[in-house]
Design a binder for this molecule. Structure first.
Ligand code: 5GP
Ligand code: ZN
Length: 135
């Protein structure tokens, strides 16, 4: 994909601080980290979101995320969050699918939490019915 920043990193056209690579995946430090050590796990083949990535590439990136998360835990003594933004409304800025592995530390200031809504009346069942039809 032309003009895709992560495709350019995969092709070696722009530099990145690489931490892991295999046949299908590359992982490097996020240039603007939520916490220091924040890594991105990127499939080498371009796909935009989780909805369109191949099952093979999905398996490869989640396995790589596990390797990188364990390395963050051992090297930095960190807990970690796994985050994947899919689509503009969900905060995706780079339209090449990727998983964030974000190291977490005691009393760090990062917040990955949301306020909770409530379902009214039959809404809970209605939402489940609606979603199930498309699976
Ligand atoms: P998104 O919001 O799309 O899930 O996350 C994209 C991430 O890519 C951001 O956290 C951003 O800091 C990171 N990023 C954007 N451009 C570059 C780049 O050129 N190099 C690296 N290493 N990270 C980048
Ligand atoms: Zn790309």
């Amino acid at each position: 994909m032309e003009n895709c920043i992560f495709c350019k990193i995969v092709d070696g056209k722009i530099p990145a601080a690489k931490v892991y690579e295999d046949e299908k995946v590359i992982s490097f430090l996020d240039i603007m980290p939520a916490n220091k050590g924040h890594c991105l796990i990127v499939p080498k083949k371009h796909s935009e979101t989780l909805a369109e990535i191949s099952d093979e590439d999905l398996a490869a990136i989640i396995k790589a995320a596990k390797k990188v998360a364990k390395a963050l835990s051992l090297s930095l003594g960190a807990a970690f969050n796994i985050v994947m933004n899919n689509g503009k409304e969900a905060g995706q800025v780079v339209n090449h699918s990727h998983i964030h592995v974000i190291p977490r530390f005691h009393k760090d200031r990062l917040r990955i939490k949301w306020s909770h809504l409530k379902y009214e009346n039959d809404e809970l069942k209605e939402y489940a019915d609606k979603i199930r039809k498309f699976i």
